[in-house]
Write a protein that binds this ligand. Structure first.
Ligand code: CTP
Length: 409
């Protein structure tokens, strides 16, 4: 199963707020990701951004008026909601939120929403006082009780100069919630713990030992698990990736910090994936002051960090918890992978072939072989996001989910 927008049909309802200009970028991204985007604008929205902007970005006519459907291929409010996979209302003004809460149906957007039996995702954006007004709070609660998804706005300085909650979030955050709404929730009920990124082992106040891990693979596993319905905790070292929307994020720096965080979080999880590139060694001594280049050479003693995965192999309840490890190998992929599978008591290991051209550290692609007690499966050489989906597909197809995590429809 793919957790992307390709081939999905999305209705984007734009209402009258200054944040409407940001949604032009969302429509452009969705279209580039091969979604079919129908933009519906309220009259107030057209005062902020010209319909032509959305038409050019989506490559499709923009819907404004309930009574002129001819130039829009005869598609009505009923047709719009029937053919779409979801409706995103962004920015959603206090006025639109109130009207939807009361089930009003006096323009194309409100009638489309009322006629819809598909996920509706509402992204409020307004002045902080308006957002925090009890009337808006009550209306948002009503929308939640009606089954709509409401995305919490960001905090910060607003267009009006005031500071607080009410800013439209970035698309990257919102996209995760939208994908979760439109993807099959085949990891529903699962509690997933993912570790990702490198660790840093400092030896003076400005320097550290680390590795080239970007965190992309682990973050992709966390994102796709969330999109497929899981509750996700991501423990990450200093990665180059933005924190994915919807996941519980725990930031760590050193291997020892990661060890402590994993020990604090693994017990109630049904799936544990250790994709982090943990430094095997740390510096035996940390200098309080920056080391000067007084001498021509420097000998540093290193001591071993805990092998977090090995310890998890011992501590996990394998009847209840699925333990997945990663390995980065440059030769004898299968033999080395199998050695780690057995040695660390894993249920599954994903072995990264870092000798494969264009795959491995820092790049977007991976070449992964999955190994378990039943055999081996070589995945396609593809993006880390698709690789993550393929790993979940493998887990589900091979019935590896443990009974503790029940599947929701
Ligand atoms: N790992 C870990 N703690 C460590 C080292 C590794 O939890 N101190 C985990 C990684 O997150 C990964 C797996 O062990 O899931 C394998 O990591 P890798 O670096 O490939 O192997 P190592 O066990 O460190 O063995 P070596 O470097 O000798 O190949």
């Amino acid at each position: 199963m793919s957790t992307s927008f390709a081939g999905k049909r999305v209705v984007v309802g734009v209402t009258g707020s200054i944040a409407a200009f940001k949604v032009a970028g969302w429509v452009s991204t969705l279209t580039k990701e091969e979604a079919l985007v129908d933009v519906v604008m309220t009259e107030a929205a057209t005062k902020f951004v010209a319909p032509m902007t959305f038409a050019a970005l989506s490559g499709r006519p923009v819907f404004e008026d309930m009574f002129t459907t001819e130039q829009q291929g005869g598609i009505s409010h009923i047709g719009l909601s029937r053919e779409a996979d979801c409706i995103i209302i962004a920015p959603a003004t206090a006025q639109t939120i109130a009207r939807l809460a009361y089930g009003m149906a006096d323009d194309l957007l409100s009638t489309t929403v009322l006629a819809a039996r598909i996920p509706v995702i509402i992204c409020p954006a307004m002045n902080v006082q308006m957002y925090e007004h009890p009337a808006t709070t009550r209306n948002l609660k009503t929308l939640l009780s009606l089954g709509y998804q409401v995305i919490e706005p960001d905090s910060g300085v607003m267009a009006c100069g005031e500071e607080g909650s009410g800013r439209l979030p970035e698309w990257e955050q919102v996209a995760e919630f939208v994908l979760r709404e439109i993807c099959t929730k085949d990891l529903g009920g699962q509690k997933v713990l993912v570790t990702a990124g490198p660790t840093r082992e400092p030896y003076d106040p400005v320097r550290f030992i680390s590795n080239r891990s970007s965190g992309k693979m682990g973050y992709a596993l966390a994102r796709t698990a969330f999109r497929r319905g899981a509750e996700v905790t991501l423990i990450s070292g200093p990665a180059t990736q933005p924190v994915p929307g919807g996941v519980h994020f725990v930031s760590v720096t050193t291997a020892v910090e990661m060890y402590k965080a994993v020990m604090d979080h693994f017990q109630d999880k049904s799936i544990i994936v250790k994709a982090a590139a943990v430094s095997d060694f740390r510096c035996a001594k940390q200098f309080d002051q920056k080391i000067k280049k007084d001498s021509s050479s420097l000998i540093m003693e290193l001591e071993q960090n805990p092998d977090i995965l090995k310890e998890l192999g011992e501590l996990c309840d394998h009847d209840r918890q699925l333990l997945i490890g990663f390995a980065a190998e440059s030769s004898n992929i299968k033999e080395e992978g199998r050695k780690k599978l057995i040695g660390k008591k894993l249920d599954l290991i994903a072995v990264n072939d870092i000798s494969s051209a264009g795959a491995g550290f820092e790049v977007d692609n991976n070449q992964v072989t999955l190994i378990d007690s039943a055999g081996e499966a070589q995945l396609l050489h593809t993006s880390k996001l698709k690789t993550a989906d393929l790993i979940w597909d493998h887990v589900i197809a091979n019935k590896m989910l443990k009974p503790a995590g029940s599947k929701s429809p």
